[in-house]
Ligand binder design. Structure first.
Ligand code: ASN
Length: 393
């Protein structure tokens, strides 16, 4: 029998869903950050075989640590604001139940920051960390602040073909020091999700507060509550008492365009250098003032419009006159911006203009998508085609 084999025991009533829960007979842990399970034939023979169903190799999971509230400490147990990032992935792993039975684990600290500080150099580290892990692991977990988790998840979904490997983003809403901190359970669940064969082919996911969602669509919808991530496109599944319940068979997001990136070479700075795109937030009495300033400094603009693409006529006119792509997104968290609501350029049809509807994408995801298009030097038509994938364009 190979050394990396272990025996499975069923630990929940739903046998099908419990397949990923693997109990080693003789777990053996080293201090290197890698948890291995080794069993010998004698070990297995010595054990009560009544609950042994079969023998399998544990899935290999890579955890990439980036920081966030999940890795934060507050001043007191009642503190749920004003805390600081202070814990490593290794610290986080010590707060969860023994998972040496679930997977073989390796971890790597890519950075340790609040997600507001994630810039193009950190994004490159995360991209690189995931890309490398895909080559030799069965699942990837990324600990990340929740504020910009949706952006990183969307970026990874748009730039990496993860194949069958589940890539699971996880964070928390309370710091590790608070009463009822949610981080340990969220992390435990994320590791189980990444380890489950049922998660294969589901691409980039976000796991928070027992809910599993698609990284492509997720939005942080509440600045404080544990149930912070809501997604109108529907949760993919639920995690209850060690059972993963997927509501649908594996599926990838509709219309997601995959970008091939040019990566920095060994003698270049390890950073992405994407074209600059800014977001303007529209409101009553919104004028062309800001547009006039930013159009000189940015290669593309996203506007969080009122409703489903509404902007004052003077702003529409100004946008149409500019020589750069402008994406009309929305202030409303839900719903979409349809092409039908885009302004009509004089003397030509809407498909000829520089204004493109964001479809279902939020302003921050539209910004990333436009940056990726511009980075690949897409024409206006090609950009429109990409946004059309999410029913915009
Ligand atoms: N809940 C969180 O993780 C929020 C934190 N400010 C972050 O995004 O890093």
């Amino acid at each position: 029998m190979p050394n990396d084999s272990v025996a499975i025991t069923t630990i929940c009533s739903d046998v099908e869903n419990s397949q990923f829960m693997v109990h080693s007979l003789y777990p053996d842990e080293d201090n290197s950050g890698t948890r291995n399970i080794t069993t010998s034939e004698n070990d297995i023979n010595d054990t009560d075989s009544s609950n042994i169903q079969s023998v399998v190799t544990l899935p290999r999971i890579k955890i990439l640590g980036t920081g966030g509230t999940i890795a934060s400490k507050g001043a007191s147990a009642s503190n749920t604001a004003g805390y600081n990032v202070d814990l490593t992935v290794q610290d986080l792993l010590s707060s969860i139940p023994d998972i040496s039975n679930v997977c073989e684990l390796e971890y790597e600290q890519l950075c340790n920051v609040d997600s507001k500080d994630i810039d193009e150099s950190i994004l490159y580290k995360i991209y690189n960390g995931v890309a490398k892990s895909l080559q030799s692991f069965d699942g990837v977990v990324i600990t990340h602040g929740t504020d910009t988790m949706a952006e990183t998840a969307f970026f990874i979904e748009s730039t990496l073909d993860v194949g069958e490997v589940p890539v699971v983003f996880v964070g928390s809403m309370r710091p590790s020091t608070s009463v009822s901190a949610d981080g340990p359970m969220n992390l435990y669940q994320a590791i189980c999700i990444a380890s489950s064969p049922k998660s294969r082919g589901r691409s980039v996911m976000v796991s928070l507060n027992d809910q599993i969602s698609a990284g492509y669509y997720i939005t942080k919808s509440n600045a404080n509550s544990l149930d912070s991530f809501n997604v109108r496109q529907g949760y993919l599944g639920n995690f209850v008492n060690n059972e993963i319940h997927y509501y649908y068979p594996p599926v990838k997001p509709q219309g997601c365009h995959k970008f091939k990136l040019r990566l920095p070479s060994a003698n270049e700075e390890p950073i992405f250098n994407f074209p600059k795109v800014c977001i303007l937030y529209a409101h009553q009495a919104f004028t062309t003032d800001l547009l006039e300033i930013v159009c000189k400094h940015y290669e593309g603009i996203v506007i969080a419009t009122m409703g489903a693409g509404s902007l004052p006529e003077a702003v529409n006119k100004k946008c149409l006159s500019l020589d750069l792509p402008i994406i009309y997104s929305k202030r409303s968290r839900d719903g979409m911006v349809p092409t039908a609501n885009m302004p009509q350029p004089e003397g030509s049809d809407k498909s000829q203009s520089n204004i493109i509807a964001s479809g279902y994408l939020s302003p921050e995801k539209s910004r990333i998508l436009l940056q990726l298009c511009l980075n690949n030097k897409y024409s206006m038509d090609e950009i429109r085609h990409v946004f059309n994938g999410v029913y915009g364009g």
